[in-house]
Design a protein. Sequence first.
Length: 263
Amino acid sequence: MKNVSLLLFIMVSCFANAQSILIKNISIVDVEQGKINPAQSVLITDKRIKSIGKKITAEKNTIVVDGSGKFLLPGLWDMHVHAVGSYKSMLPLFLAYGVTVLPPHGNGIIAVFVCAIVLGIRRPDLRETFEARSGDIVEIVKLGVFVVFGSLLTLDGLFGDGWAAVAVVAVTLLIARPVAIAVSLAGTGLPAALQAFMAWFGPKGVATMTFSLLVLSSGFEGDTRIFNLAALCVFVSILAHGLTDSPGVEWVAKRAGPLAPEP
């Protein structure tokens, strides 16, 4: 398990820095021919498999990983599982995602979303199961997003655009988000202090991290730049809002006044 974790960490770090990986002495499972090709080498460059063969020369700055005793399977992940208890209800979601991303390559996330709606309507018992397990599932997903997102951060990437990137973050946190929240709260009658508090801290969650990871994995031109800008915005937000959360709560509490008694 340590070896697998180390291999995954190296590959993720490599992608973040746009380097190449050469996996040597790996056994490749050929699902078309139904055989295993031992002692192969796989060169990965720019998030793509560049070449496969027995003798591949590593270029400069290429990360070399020894794959001795391990297997490389194309397009397969954890094919032997035992779904027990309430987690069986997630199998249709996995199936919907897997079928949708096959050629011509639809949107698996939207497919899962629609499948979940149908399950909730057709099977009230499954809806109750998801509700009971929602806390565990959300925490696992958040943990995964934070781990992957954090491992991809680099100083060179965060400040690759220099002061222009800092300006984008400043406009996002100080102008764009406060204005958007002010417009959405218009006519609600909320006190100005509470609106200011919400405008500064904004909605919380891992949405920005998740969407930036989706952009990074899309493979279009400029995806890394967009991810780095989003990452810098998240990084600054964590620092700024983490340092001001307690003073902000005290500030808005003083201006909110005592709570009205319940009827």
